[in-house]
Design a binder for this molecule. Structure first.
Ligand code: 5AD
Ligand code: SF4
Length: 451
């Protein structure tokens, strides 16, 4: 088959990784990946449904493909990802976009090659959505975005049912991969040049992997970290996302014991008011969360901490919002992702009556972003003059002559190879961990110089 494909990915790192797997499957099948939709015979839109604007962007992008699809008989359009696990979306596609060739979901993405064969052979259209999956498809190839770092799924789905969140409905119940499958995958990645892995799951702290060896039952998340820490050649282990309710003392201990586990944690708090946390079904209080931060900082004084915060959840009063600001000021996050609450169809919070008017949401959002950025700037300023070990990732996005990489604590560092022995071949540094002196700091990044 002489075909080219392109994948547009919306949403989180799980989706990024799903796209890497689909690319791996198609390349294995002999297709070529191209850089733009225009050059592609097959376009795949991998959707996200966590907030409303991702939905809107998907339908906008899809609408733009209609013209070409009408004119070009060989152009196939496939849509997949979280949005497809929602019946109202499927109904909309059937009614308004019947020309889409393949519609599939999050539980059957590994069947993409067969679906394509069928549609091409039969000149048909397919909608194939699995409500859930009993087993986890293993040994799937992946075409990685980066040579030296890799995303590794350790579990799928979520059992938490936070009242604002669509994920438990689109990704199903929690399922953990077997530890042996994860360890083998990481060993193979290391052989292929990978230095850093990011372990992925909606809620990694509740990882519970069934061991192949029947005598020893299950491997917990912290036990998995200890096992991965032993893999020779691997330099860095990261993970996301953790739920504060399941953050164990064992994991905090792992930060002390495992030299490869990066001193960085993303610990979504969502809100600072106990009343709001309760209505969100987060099952912890502000005090409990602050206690966890204390414990983490006592165990690992230089740990960097980031979070997710939702502004304008139904019923949020100014006093509730002040609790969020107070929490942000007390924790002093290195960075925070801030979101305007967005109603998701089918979630309990959709039915909550006291939705917050848009202007109030935006006004609170702006105040929160100011607070978060002021702290990020201050936190970064403390790195000035220090020396950091930076794993070089590639050319800097904004300046092609500069390189960029990440510190152990996940700080983005931009630096130039000019004036060094790498001046004529800066790419030789990619994948290496080098000492960088921090000579400038900004809100979202650091500037450095090779030592
Ligand atoms: N509205 C706004 N933000 C949301 N998130 C999840 N669902 C919603 C929603 N309905 C945010 C949470 C989560 C992050 C991935 O997205 O903060 O941690
Ligand atoms: Fe959504 Fe809550 Fe599960 Fe995270 S833990 S995916 S916010 S339901």
């Amino acid at each position: 088959m002489n075909k080219t494909f392109h994948i547009t990915t919306f949403g989180c790192q799980m989706n990024e990784h799903d796209s890497e797997i689909m690319a791996g499957l198609l390349i294995e099948k002999g297709l070529d990946r191209v850089d733009s939709i225009e050059e592609a015979n097959i376009e795949i839109l991998n959707t996200c449904s966590v907030r409303e604007n991702a939905d809107k962007r998907f339908f906008g992008t899809l609408g733009q493909l209609k013209n070409r699809h009408e004119k070009d008989q060989d152009f196939l359009v496939c849509v997949c990802g979280c949005m497809m696990q929602q019946q109202p979306v499927i109904d909309t596609l059937k009614a308004k976009y019947p020309w889409v060739d393949i519609v599939f979901g999050t539980h059957n993405l590994h069947t993409l090659p067969e679906l394509l064969d069928k549609v091409i052979a039969e000149k048909s259209k397919i909608i194939d959505i699995w409500p859930d999956a009993d087993t986890i498809a293993e040994d799937l190839p992946a075409e990685r975005l980066f040579k030296h770092k890799a995303l590794v799924n350790i579990m799928f789905g979520c059992n938490n049912f936070c009242t604002y969140c669509i994920v438990p409905y689109t990704r199903g119940r929690e399922k953990s991969r077997r530890p042996e499958a994860i360890i083998n995958e990481v060993k193979a990645l290391v052989k292929d040049g990978v230095k850093e892995i990011m372990l992925l799951g909606q809620n990694v702290n509740s990882y519970k992997g069934h061991n192949d060896d029947a005598d020893s039952n299950y491997t917990s998340f912290s036990e998995l970290i200890y096992k991965l820490n032993e893999i020779e050649g691997l330099e860095r282990i990261r993970f996301m996302t953790s739920h504060p309710k399941d953050l164990s003392d064992d994991l905090i201990q792992a930060f002390k014991d495992c030299n490869k586990l990066c001193k960085n944690i993303h610990l979504p708090v969502q809100a600072g008011s106990n009343a709001v946390l309760k209505r969100m079904n987060r099952v912890y209080t502000k005090q409990h969360y602050l206690g966890l931060i204390d414990k983490l900082r006592k165990a690992v004084p230089d740990i960097t901490i980031s979070t997710d915060i939702i502004v304008g959840f139904p019923g949020e009063t100014e006093e509730d919002f002040q609790e969020t600001l107070d929490l942000v000021n007390r924790v002093e996050y290195d960075s925070a992702f801030t979101f305007l609450y967005s109603i998701r169809q089918g979630t309990p919070a959709e039915k909550y009556e006291d939705q917050i008017p848009e202007e109030i949401k935006h006004e609170r959002f702006n105040r929160l972003v100011d607070a978060v950025n002021t702290i990020s700037e201050k936190k970064n300023a403390a790195y000035l003059g220090g020396i950091e070990k930076v794993l070089v990732e590639g050319r800097s996005k904004n300046n092609p002559f500069a390189l960029s990489g990440r510190t152990d604590g996940f700080k983005l560092v931009n630096f130039s190879a000019a004036g060094t022995s790498f001046e004529n071949n800066p790419d030789a540094l990619i994948g290496q961990t080098i000492d960088i002196e921090i000579i400038g700091t900004k809100t979202f990044s650091l500037e450095g110089r090779i030592v």
